[in-house]
Design a protein around this ligand. Structure first.
Ligand SMILES: Cc1cc2nc3c(=O)[nH]c(=O)nc-3n(C[C@H](O)[C@H](O)[C@H](O)COP(=O)(O)OP(=O)(O)OC[C@H]3O[C@@H](n4cnc5c(N)ncnc54)[C@H](O)[C@@H]3O)c2cc1C
Length: 407
């Protein structure tokens, strides 16, 4: 089948909070033809199946549930003049700013002056967590659970174990209860969860999943406890929550450099990847941050996209920002010494280990550029760590990578 070829000024790939917010701001600012391509039939990304509250408070100053938040973002993008096309999957690249798409209407090849990748993140499925055992039905991620319950009205089971204790695990508990499922345990390998416990649900800390049992349907989750004991919790459903992996396949196919920590595209503070004219925003950059963070990044990226359209030079001399264990990643993770400062003048960091009152140290070629003490403890899956960015002016552009460590 032949491809229809055409052009646009800006292509936004993904109609989640990040892509919708970016498109709204760009269209309103007169970026020309701004097109949003979304593979699902409905726009909105993850929030469209999050029927609980907790959206919109920080960016829109209004409490909303996921679908209400989506309606607001879609209205804003369409009202501003962006062209929202659903059921269109971007399958690859035919040039640095030319993408191939497929949809029921056929194949297309679209060349844009700027491409904004906003393809989001997903929870690591059971197979990618290397959980041994049988392959029964009843094994889900939170996203799959929410789609089954809230989008398709399906009954998922009767007794469930939730693996994880991050905020998204509490959404899973809410969805299971809404679907008439008893939650028999929450399981985490951490010493303590970052969020208040739910009454009536046993929380098993310092416990790891050793395997799943059951033929046809799940019958139990095997656990190893801190003291070496192994037990099995009987259940017909298990929900693996959190443990995000950016949906980076399209970026990877385009040869865009990925950050080894986030596994999303490496970007500077202007959301620029190492491919001229290609930007990336939202959870594609850093896994499971909040929807308002993703949307704010989308809005923030509009400025750099407009400057690119106006002919601003793409950076050529940049420095990578690397982190040392127990830090998992930093965002942004490229420094352009001539570019803007990071959003809110801060880098965002995540830790894989609890740190009480962490001390952050930034070095380049063994020279200390910055030290900072944080008052709050850093907890995996809890609030992100915020590192001030005012040391950037001291970076040597001809030096080695910038290294961030936490003690
Ligand atoms: C269970 C759960 C509960 C949550 N609860 C909250 C909450 O209470 N409050 C809160 O603030 N946040 C919450 N979040 C987080 C929030 O959903 C995310 O921060 C937000 O959705 C990230 O937005 P995004 O636009 O980066 O990505 P996404 O929402 O993931 O959107 C990405 C979009 O890109 C599309 N796409 C991907 N690849 C392609 C392609 N090749 N072609 C075309 N389209 C493509 C996808 O279909 C998707 O629609 C929750 C998340 C989960 C999973």
């Amino acid at each position: 089948m032949s491809r229809r070829t055409r052009t646009a000024d800006v292509l936004v790939v993904g109609a989640g909070p990040a892509g919708l917010a970016a498109a709204a701001r760009l269209a309103a600012a007169g970026a020309g033809r701004v097109e949003i391509l979304e593979r699902e039939q409905q726009p909105g990304g993850i929030p469209r199946h999050c029927h609980h509250g907790g959206f919109g408070l920080r960016d829109l100053r209004r409490p909303m549930n996921g679908p209400q938040y989506v309606r607001h973002l879609v209205d804003a993008a369409v009202r501003a003049g962006a062209d929202l096309r659903t059921g269109v999957t971007v399958t690859g690249w035919a040039g640095s700013r030319t993408v191939d798409t497929t949809s029921p209407a056929g194949l297309e090849r679209i060349t844009a002056r700027a491409v904004v990748l906003a393809t989001g993140a997903r929870e690591r499925p059971r197979s990618a967590r290397l959980v041994p055992g049988t392959r029964p039905a009843g094994v889900l991620t939170t996203g799959e659970l929410q789609q089954a319950v809230h989008l398709h009205g399906q009954r998922v089971g009767s007794r469930a174990v939730v693996v994880g204790a991050e905020p998204v695990a509490f959404s899973a508990v809410g969805t299971l209860r809404a679907g008439g499922v008893e939650v028999v345990a929450m399981v985490t390998d951490q010493a303590r969860p970052p969020q208040t416990l739910l009454r009536g649900i046993p929380l098993l800390t310092h416990a790891t999943v050793t395997g799943l049992t059951g033929r046809g349907r799940l019958t139990g989750v095997g656990l190893r406890h801190r003291d070496g004991r192994t037990t099995t919790v009987g259940c017909d459903t298990v929900v693996f929550t959190g443990d995000w992996i950016p949906d980076h396949e399209l970026a990877r196919r385009g040869g865009i450099t990925l950050d080894p920590g986030t596994r999303g595209p490496a970007v500077d503070a202007a959301f620029r990847t190492d491919e001229s004219g290609v930007f990336a925003v939202g959870n594609l950059l850093h896994g499971g941050e909040r929807a308002d963070t993703a949307a704010e990044e989308g809005r923030h990226a509009a400025g750099p996209v407009l400057r690119h359209l106006a002919g601003e030079q793409w950076p050529t001399t940049t420095l990578p920002v690397q982190v040392e264990w127990p830090l998992c990643w930093a965002a942004p993770n490229i420094i352009d010494p001539d570019g803007p400062a990071p959003r809110h003048g801060r880098f965002t960091l995540r830790t894989s280990r609890t740190l009480a009152g962490p001390r952050l140290v930034v070095t380049q070629d063994d020279q200390v550029l910055h030290r900072q003490r944080l008052l709050r403890p850093a907890v995996p899956g809890g609030r992100a760590l915020q590192l001030r960015a005012d040391w950037i002016s001291g970076v040597d552009v001809r030096g080695g990578p910038v290294l961030i460590a936490a003690y």
